[in-house]
Design a protein around this ligand. Structure first.
Ligand code: CU
Length: 494
């Protein structure tokens, strides 16, 4: 990111300015006492060294170190000019005068701290080593339980998105350093603070006691859950020998995704999104799926459906940089799914390689406002358990941004459970009942209910209508999942 690089160079330059100022003032301090001289020498060396290290390895630990270190120097400077030189040397207790050189050094240090805080704000959707390290940090944070994780994100997120990320670090074991940085991040990023306070209040209004994780907002510039909801990938349609052929392109890659405000996850994704695009076809269409593996591990696409053995995506592993074309007929009609089928399977699925696969019956279903809900979880601290649960990839997204429905309009939800680690997930809608079509393979509903429990890989179609306007909740009736992100709102309007 160009802005980040620019801020990094500025920070390096500021650290050098401060170093030179301390170097400049060093001889006169050696004349006073060797201890003062050594302090100036060490400070100058540290600031000079910091400039070059920062440009090479701009990790978050280094940023926090710079912030805390420079704040300490600034504090010491203020002390020597107000209450006197602390404790040491022949001039202990004396108040020093203010000069041009020390003002330059302090000014540079203040600006440096501001630049470092700006650099601490999370980078979105990039593969910077710093962020991967951040994710691993939470893994190392043995004091942090899966439940505490999102709660910490939510609570700290209430005072600022960047503060949230820093607060998590503090909880993850960085200790005093992280805590100091956390406090700073809150103060020094007013824009993020305001933004999250605004939507935080919105979250509170809708969420009540469940609102603790529902504050702040994620970056939706690359993946927008609201667009994903009603977005169907029909492929490129053409006629070949009198039949409809649909060609799809699917690319596996490694990306950083934001699964809750300030909570980033190193994902493996189809077409740069988790869940992958909702692939759709009509019963009997010929499907041609061009799969390109641009990740660093072998992957496949295993479609649920009926097809030849060689098109199953279970045995022919597609290596990094390789391509593979899956070709089969779309059958049977229903609400299906696709996912990577490379062992260890739960790893390849949990990392994000999955999506919805819908086959329409030849005679289409009745017109409806159609949407896809993929229930999933994210193991953000790599302990083989989920810390965050969502529909469509972002915790509490549809709580903060309710799904708008029209009163009396038929709603059709393609519901899929691809949650790993937990054996079941569920869907409950408030103040309503829905017709349920298991796996969507029949045009007759099997059940009228308001809560449906789904095992791993299970899916179905829900149809319902709201006869009243207002805000209605929907969420996992596995209440732990709801509290950790799997909760949303319908906003029914005239
Ligand atoms: Cu895979």
């Amino acid at each position: 990111m160009a802005t980040r690089a620019w801020i990094s160079y500025l920070a390096g330059a500021l650290s050098l300015v401060a170093a030179l100022a301390h170097f400049w003032a060093m001889p006169e301090h050696f004349e006073e006492w060797w201890g003062y001289g050594m302090f100036f020498l060490m400070t100058a060396l540290a600031q000079g060294l910091y400039a070059s290290v920062l440009l090479r390895w701009p990790g978050r630990t280094l940023l926090l170190l710079g912030i805390v270190g420079n704040l300490a120097i600034i504090a010491l400077y203020i002390a020597t000019r107000t209450v006197g030189v602390p404790f040491f040397g022949p001039h202990a207790g004396e108040i020093e005068g203010i000069g041009a050189v020390d003002l330059v050094a302090t000014g540079a240090e203040v600006a440096l701290v501001i630049a470092l805080v700006a650099l601490l704000r999370p980078v979105r959707l990039s593969k910077t080593p710093a962020l991967v390290r951040e994710s691993r940090l939470t893994e190392a944070g043995n004091g942090l339980s899966r439940r505490d994780f999102l709660r910490a994100a939510g609570v700290v997120g209430a005072v600022g998105v960047s503060g949230g990320a820093l607060g998590l670090r503090a909880a993850g074991g960085v200790g005093a350093l992280g805590a100091a940085g956390g406090a700073l991040g809150v103060g020094a990023s007013p824009a993020a603070g305001q933004e999250s306070t605004g939507s935080g209040m919105k979250g509170m209004k809708h969420g009540g006691d469940l609102g603790q994780g529902g504050v702040g907002e994620v970056d939706i510039s690359r993946f927008d859950p609201m667009k994903f909801l009603r977005n169907f990938y029909w492929g490129e349609e053409r006629q070949e020998n009198g039949r409809t052929v649909r060609e799809y392109e699917m690319v596996a890659e490694e990306i950083e995704i934001e699964v809750a405000p300030g909570v980033f996850y190193p994902a493996w994704a189809y077409n740069g999104q988790v869940p992958g695009p909702t692939i759709r076809a009509r019963e009997g269409d010929r499907m041609r799926v061009v799969f390109k593996n641009r990740g660093t591990h072998p992957h496949t696409i295993h479609f649920h459906g009926i097809h030849p053995a060689k098109m199953d995506g279970a045995f022919e592993l597609v290596g990094p940089g390789q391509d593979f074309v899956y070709e089969f007929d779309a059958e049977p009609f229903g609400c299906h799914l696709y996912h990577c089928h490379v062992p260890p399977l739960r790893k390849h699925i949990e990392k994000g390689l999955y999506g919805a696969f819908i086959i329409d019956p030849k005679e289409a279903r009745p017109p409806a406002d159609e949407m896809v809900m993929v229930m999933n979880g994210f193991d953000t601290n790599f302990d083989a358990a989920n810390e965050v649960y969502t529909v469509n990839g972002v915790a509490f997204y549809y709580q903060r941004n309710p799904i708008k429905l029209k009163k009396d309009e038929l709603i059709r939800v393609y519901l899929i459970n691809i949650t790993e680690f937990d054996l079941i997930n569920s869907m409950h809608v408030h103040a309503n009942f829905f017709d349920y079509y298991p796996t969507g393979t029949s045009l007759k509903p099997a059940e009228l209910t308001d809560t449906k429990m789904l095992a791993q890989g299970e899916r179905g179609i829900m149809e319902f209508t709201y006869g009243r306007t207002g805000t209605f909740m929907f969420h996992a009736h596995v209440n732990e999942f709801a509290e950790l992100g799997w909760l949303g709102h319908f906003q029914v309007e005239e």
